[in-house]
Design a protein around this ligand. Structure first.
Ligand SMILES: [Cu+2]
Length: 293
């Protein structure tokens, strides 16, 4: 009887030791573990900032300082992304506030431009596509998690499992966004490689160098074109400027999405009519396509 009891005690002690280290809870509690949601927000903001920096790099490489007011706004936005990521990492209220401002501001602003969905459906250039495809989903993720951190900051994030652990709501949500971005990039790569060459003669329109400038005389060249269905009803626009532009129908009939320097976009007109278009980023850039039957 007696040896058995001893054995049980030893066994019990051994299991206890293997589960928790000998030192009591104090050092573990003192070492603050960064909650999972904080990591996601911090990394999301840094990646979005780098992503955008890459997006405007061709403009910055050409002009220093930048020539386009939009690029200046983007530079400011990138700086705020990095400051917000630091503030969030240290779990400061101002960090959460800035993170929310930056992420919501970008998502709402980009949505207003109405260029992200066309970029997804017409992936002309994989680089532009990746920038468009990743930054909006990443900032939606950042905005949702920041809002939850802001709401729970007084009670302590580490006490909320859905924020502290990856095996919870925030983990599943993060995984979904990552899968969405990867699937989008794969879809974009396969779509751009399978883009069909149009038959018949193609009319070329150039987005001229310096088109970003409101006082520049020419933006789209030629600004007005006349097409005849069955003869030359396909148009290719090429961005020869050093900043991002779009070809966006005034009526919403067509849209190129974002076009980086050197990118082109092709559209075939199948119905007679007069189609006004503009650049979604620079509304003063306008053009017209007249289609004859
Ligand atoms: Cu433009």
């Amino acid at each position: 009887m007696k040896p058995e009891v001893d054995l049980d005690m030893i066994r019990e002690a051994a299991t206890k030791n293997s589960k928790t280290p000998f030192s009591p809870a104090t050092p573990k509690a003192a070492r603050k573990v960064t909650p999972f949601a904080i990591w996601v927000i911090t990394i999301g903001l840094v990646l979005s900032g780098l992503d955008l920096l890459y997006g405007i790099s061709s403009d910055l490489a050409k002009f220093s300082p930048s020539s386009d007011p939009l690029v200046d706004i983007m530079v400011l936005f990138i700086i705020f992304c990095f400051i917000a990521s630091i503030g969030t990492y240290f779990q400061k209220t101002w960090g959460y506030a800035l993170s929310l401002l930056v992420s919501l501001g970008f998502v709402v602003g980009a949505n207003g431009l109405n260029v992200w969905i066309p970029t997804l459906s017409h992936p002309q250039d994989l680089n532009t596509f990746v920038v468009a495809d990743s930054i909006v989903p990443a900032l939606v993720l950042v905005a949702v998690l920041t809002l939850l951190c802001l709401a729970n900051r007084k009670k302590g994030l580490e006490k909320k499992k859905f924020l502290s652990s990856p095996r919870s709501f925030s983990g599943v949500f993060t995984a979904l966004i990552v899968i969405l971005v990867i699937a989008g990039a794969i879809a974009g790569a396969s779509l751009s490689s399978s883009a069909a060459k149009p038959s018949g003669s193609v009319v070329a329109v150039s987005i001229v160098s310096g088109a970003y400038n409101p006082s520049s005389a020419v933006h789209f060249s030629p600004a007005t074109i006349t097409l005849v269905i069955g003869v030359n009803n396909t148009v290719t626009w090429t961005n020869n400027d050093y900043t991002i532009h779009t070809v966006t129908s005034d009526s919403g009939a067509f849209g190129s999405g974002l076009l980086n320097n050197g990118n082109s976009w092709t559209y075939t007109f199948t119905k007679a009519g007069t189609y006004g278009y503009h650049c979604a980023i620079h509304p003063f850039m306008t053009g017209e396509v007249i289609v004859l039957q």
